[in-house]
Design a protein around this ligand. Structure first.
Ligand SMILES: *Cc1c(COP(=O)(O)O)cnc(C)c1O
Length: 349
């Protein structure tokens, strides 16, 4: 039996190991709230709400998130959307032209794009026919240059959550980073893997305020991981990567738990209703099990149905070009009125 050990020094890029991060004015002097005169950052001194640089460590927001999620603020990194968080992870751990990552299509397209941007080989291991990770093949695909395995659960565009056993086996048998993208976790019946970040030193979790929290427009992505991983990411992040307006708006929203919970509840009820109605449409061949705020369905002719809906003012996503997704359409759950409208139209087609 081979001994599996995790050592972050085997994963961090050499240039990042030696890097001395930029020290901004706001890093050097941290305000304790007392009445100071700030002449350290060449800002315009006239108050307008955003004339000062934002907190580079987003302490107010992280403090609330840490409390809600039961982690330390040192387990959190915030970014300009998950997309920035994912890019930072690539740049911290993957050596261009040398390292590789593994993705499991059909899945979120950004992993591949970011791999290409960062000149990192992307190795693809298809999900099984029931959209589960093919653990044996994944582990066979790993070599000494494999830095990250991307698991999107609940997965986009299929909607299902991966089995816990599959995820656990990958976490245990792979010594690189296992990134679980939990963008849709708030719609899922499964628990987040957040509670396991202290158990698995190689576990990285990303979440976002773009879906359940309804803040796609302000761009806030969240990364949860061990303090040692977060420390590495903090070294390379742009100092003011989360702007003041985003920090304020996100804080207000995460504090409004009741509102978010109510909206998610409504979306879940509407999802069940949509699934029920879709099952009565004769050109709908299959409705895949979903743990997210969207539904993937197989139809008779996806391109034709997509065009028909578009003509009637409804934009959905045709996912037919994705492997294992031939003739599929992805519907995001809308408001009750929107869902009623789409069902009416589908019935008329
Ligand atoms: C929508 C989505 C995201 C969100 O990305 P942001 O940059 O935070 O808006 C991340 N991962 C997956 C799988 C998604 O579908």
């Amino acid at each position: 039996m081979k001994t599996i050990t995790f050592d972050i020094n085997n994963l961090v890029r050499e240039n990042v190991k030696g890097l001395k991060p930029y020290s901004s004015a706001r890093d050097e002097y941290v305000s304790d709230g007392s009445d100071m005169i700030f002449l350290d950052a060449n800002e315009n001194p006239y108050e307008n709400g955003v004339n000062r640089y934002p907190d580079p460590q987003q302490r107010s927001l992280k403090t609330v998130l840490a409390k809600q999620k039961g982690v330390s603020i040192h387990n959190i990194l915030l970014g300009n959307g998950s997309d920035e968080v994912l890019d930072l992870i690539f740049r911290a751990f993957c050596e261009p032209k040398e390292d590789n990552i593994i993705t499991l299509p059909p899945t979120y397209g950004m992993y591949k794009v970011l791999a290409n941007i960062n000149v990192i080989e992307e190795r693809e291991v298809l999900l099984t026919s029931d959209f589960e990770p093919d653990v044996t093949t994944i582990l066979e695909t790993v070599n000494s240059h494999t830095k990250i395995i991307f698991l999107c659960s609940p997965n986009n565009p299929t909607g299902n959550s991966f089995s816990e056993e599959a995820i656990e086996k990958i976490l245990k048998d792979f010594t690189g980073l296992v990134l679980i993208d939990e963008a849709y976790i708030d719609f899922s019946t499964k628990e987040s893997w957040l509670k396991k970040i202290n158990e698995y030193p190689n576990l990285v979790i990303t979440q976002t305020l773009s879906k359940a929290y309804g803040l796609a427009g302000v761009r806030l992505g969240v990364c949860y991981a061990s303090e040692e991983i977060i420390r590495v990411l903090n070294k390379i992040k742009p100092p003011y990567n989360v702007n003041e307006l985003t920090q304020k708006r996100a804080l207000t929203r995460v504090l409004d738990v009741d509102k978010v919970t109510a909206e998610v509840g409504s979306i879940l009820r509407e999802r069940a209703h949509l699934v029920h109605e879709l099952s009565a449409i004769d050109f709908v061949k299959e409705i895949y099990k979903t743990d997210a705020n969207f539904i993937l369905v197989k139809v008779d002719d996806a391109t034709m149905r997509y065009e028909q809906l578009l003509k009637r003012g409804i934009v959905i996503r045709n996912r037919s070009t994705q492997p294992l997704c031939e003739e599929t359409l992805r519907f995001t759950v809308g408001t009750p009125d929107e869902n009623k409208k789409i069902i009416e139209i589908l019935k008329q087609l």
